[in-house]
Design a protein around this ligand. Structure first.
Ligand code: BGC
Length: 763
């Protein structure tokens, strides 16, 4: 699933070397160093630095090296090994000014070891686990000569029709902002110049998750208050945490494409937020300004982008072609180009590349003998993190955990789908290194295994969908159907199920169904898999559904049909082992939904923190003229923050230390959480606040804090949260960020709906 693109035309070539002079110019002082280097650069060399190209297997390496040596390329992405990148850096060292290249990649949820998809990571609500995944990804990527990742992706997503929901951390501003910060720190370590760090570039700036109708690349139209309040904070959190880069979104915002949006890129990002790093366009986005209809041709597109402050152009050749002419005609100024070049060189400086262009490439003799060696993976960590990110949605009659002595039939196309375990954007992950559910269960059972596997269904029998899924991958078809008829496969599964004590069915989406451009109008499990589930249910045997999917699915019927449901998302290299750990109770599930699961597509957008309305639906009093869909139950299928455990927890004795809060004061909100069941386990205690009356309508509640707590069976703990004025601030109609005096409700719960409440007054 990579994007490939042809190399553009060469620009110019200058010859004599001044690297030595540049080197001596105070390399310890970034600004002086960069300014001095820029003084020595020709216009062509400057423009060359703004060019970021994708390296595909079919590309002419010789020509690329020539271009680099001519100073015509600033960095690459998708070349991901030391032997691949070393000759390119060698070429850069032959260029007149020896400006190092950087090597980028989409390291989104792991590099070689693939961790659960971001939506799954968010389901752990475990900042330590999420941070570990990012740190390992950075180490593995750096060890493979990569300098920068296009991550974290922190687009708030409240419309699961959008395929990229899988790539983000869910619907909630607070949770995503916390994760944004953790991920940036994890990638960059103490400094992005360390040999085992990579620079983070937060994306997609901005509001990409709000594309209309959940259709990828579509328009975004949003009020400023909603932007500031709900959608922008995660990007800001990543930048405040020190993200060195920003990737600019493909969408438009209120009629202006992000890539040409002066307000977004200049007023907000640079001036208001003080961002000093590298802004990269998304793939081909400058050219797309023509298609958006804001540029009449490539020349105007390049002009709009450079003026807006797009420093580097990803995989289009417009800067190279157009900037010299635009400068000559006075349509752009030298400072427009210089500002961009300064950021590119600054980022390379921050990556430590001027001090050592081979910092992450190392010496050839130290290259791993086998880049793909299993010993380079972090399997134990991947397994631990994966099992933390699964959400138990239903567990009737303690169907789970399964007894290892039981006769189990494992059914479903996703039980044996190594590529799907990894999810989309699986970086350098290798499908043959990922553990399927069948592998995981087989290993967990060892000698006692009474496990049978039957496929039962294909991912989809819809030819159009199948063609689409296979079009996405350039290397090989991703989804290969069993040629037998759907009925034959179902009959086989039913027969096997009748012999078993319990059925485990791995169903859901293939990874390509939750990917870039993979928007869906229908969020059901594909029809043929649903037929299988129905037939399995009819056997009367206990039915466990193991869901694999990259977004919330509408599982209304399945909720009724299944005895237990485990949401595993796409759980990565060690997914099969991790799921087996949960199914057999070797790990007690502790994940909570970072996104609402709707009952139907018709309810979308579904999110817990919507604004108060004048005619709210009142449960138990359906009546007319209240806000509802009359043809279905109101409310989500599973709310934000929801997730079960094999033990049970209770909350009691919620207390606030005061009923009033001064502007400079603090309130302690406490609650006793008790493990009332028979197993040790973890849960997430969630704190929500509602601003009851404001100068603007405020949400019904907003997540403001949480703690993941481990409790032994029978153990209890008092959990404390501190509430300060800062937690109560919001953007008002004038976009002023301030708290307003008045009543606030504090709600504490183990999900966003089932809460206990106390109130206080802000004086
Ligand atoms: C995606 C980006 C990604 C880039 C490079 C684009 O199509 O939108 O998220 O970083 O490709 O692979």
């Amino acid at each position: 699933m990579k994007k490939l693109c042809l190399l553009g035309l060469a620009i110019g070539l200058a010859s004599h070397s001044v690297w030595a002079d540049t080197k001596s110019a105070s390399i310890e002082n970034k600004d002086a160093f960069v300014s001095n280097l820029m003084k020595q650069m020709t216009l062509d060399e400057k423009i060359g630095q703004l060019r970021l190209i994708s390296i595909g297997p079919e590309m002419p390496r010789e020509l690329i090296r020539k271009e680099i040596a001519a100073g015509n390329i600033g960095g690459t992405f998708n070349s991901i090994t030391r032997p691949e990148n070393r000759p390119m850096q060698d070429a850069a060292m032959r260029s007149r000014l020896k400006i190092p290249m950087f090597f980028a990649y989409d390291v989104i949820h792991g590099h070689r070891t693939i961790f659960p998809i971001p939506l799954a990571l968010a389901s752990s609500w475990d900042m330590d686990a999420i941070g570990r995944s990012g740190r390992i990804a950075a180490k593995e990527a750096a060890a493979d000569s990569l300098d920068i990742t296009f991550a974290p992706m922190v687009d708030i997503s409240r419309d699961p029709r959008w395929g990229r929901t899988s790539e983000g951390f869910g619907e909630d501003t607070y949770l995503v902002s916390r994760i944004a910060k953790v991920m940036v720190k994890a990638y960059q370590g103490d400094t992005p110049s360390a040999a085992d760090s990579i620079m983070a570039s937060v994306k997609h700036f901005a509001l990409y998750g709000a594309v209309e109708g959940g259709r990828d690349y579509n328009t975004v139209d949003m009020s400023p208050v909603k932007m500031y309040q709900d959608y922008l904070p995660p990007y800001r959190a990543a930048i405040d945490a020190g993200a060195g880069g920003v990737m600019v979104a493909l969408n438009s915002i209120n009629g202006i494409p992000a890539t040409a949006n002066m307000w977004l890129m200049q007023d907000l990002l640079r001036k208001e937020w003080g961002f000093k790093g590298l802004a990269v366009s998304d793939h081909g986005a400058i050219f797309e300004l023509i298609k958006h209809g804001v540029a009449r041709d490539g020349r105007e597109a390049a002009k709009l982008a450079i003026k807006a402050g797009i420093d580097m152009s990803m995989n289009d050749t417009l800067y190279g072609k157009e900037l010299p002419g635009l400068l000559k005609s006075g349509e752009i100024q030298q400072s427009d180009i210089d500002n961009a070049v300064r950021e590119v060189l600054g980022a390379k400086y921050d990556m430590g590349l001027f001090k050592d262009p081979y910092l992450r490439i190392g010496k050839a003799e130290d290259d791993p003998a086998d880049t793909y060696a299993d010993s380079r993976l972090h399997r134990a960590e991947a397994r631990d993190i994966a099992r933390r990110s699964m959400v138990l949605l239903k567990n009737q009659n303690e169907t789970l955990p399964l007894k290892k002595t039981a006769k189990i039939v494992l059914v479903g196309p996703l039980a044996k789908a190594p590529i799907d375990m990894m999810g989309s954007w699986a970086a350098a992950g290798k499908p043959d290194q990922s553990v399927t559910l069948l592998d995981g269960m087989t290993r967990a059972l060892g000698d006692q295994a009474k496990l049978t596997y039957v496929r039962g269904a294909n991912i989809t029998s819809d030819k159009k969908v199948l063609d689409y899924l296979n079009f996405l991958n350039f290397d090989a078809p991703e989804v290969v159907n069993d040629p037998r008829s759907a009925q034959v496969m179902i009959d086989e599964a039913v027969k096997a199920a009748q012999q078993a004590d319990v059925i485990v069915a791995a169903v859901g989406e293939s990874r390509g169904m939750s990917h870039e451009s993979s928007s869906r109008t229908d969020l059901n499990i594909p029809a043929n898999q649903r037929d299988l589930i129905k037939a399995l249910k009819a056997t009367g045997k206990p039915l466990v559904l193991v869901l694999m999917n990259g977004r919330p699915l509408t599982i209304l019927d399945e909720k009724e049909q299944a005895d237990a449901i485990l949401e595993t998302w796409f759980s990565g290299t060690e997914g099969g082992n991790a799921i087996a750990d949960v199914l057999f109770g070797d790990y007690n599930p502790s994940g909570k939904l970072p996104i609402t699961i709707p009952r139907s597509v018709g309810q979308i957008p579904t999110y817990y923190n919507h604004l108060s309305i004048g005619r709210p639906f009142t449960p138990g009093k359906p009546g007319n003229y209240t806000s509802q869909y009359f043809d279905d139950t109101t409310g989500p299928l599973y709310p934000f923050g929801y997730g079960l455990s094999y033990t049970s927890f209770s909350l009691s004795d919620m207390a606030l230390s005061s009923t009033t809060l001064n502007k400079t004061g603090k309130i302690d909100a406490s609650v006793t959480v008790k493990n009332t069941g028979k197993r040790d386990g973890e849960t997430v205690v969630q704190l929500y606040i509602q601003d009851v009356v404001g100068s603007m309508i405020r949400p019904l509640k907003e997540l403001k804090n949480f703690q993941k707590v481990m409790l032994k069976a029978g153990e209890q703990k008092v959990i404390h949260f501190t509430i300060e004025e800062d937690d109560l601030k919001f953007y008002n109609a004038q976009l002023k960020y301030a708290a307003e005096p008045g009543k606030f409700n504090v709600q504490i719960g183990l999900d966003s709906e089932d809460v206990t409440q106390q109130s206080f007054e802000l004086l």
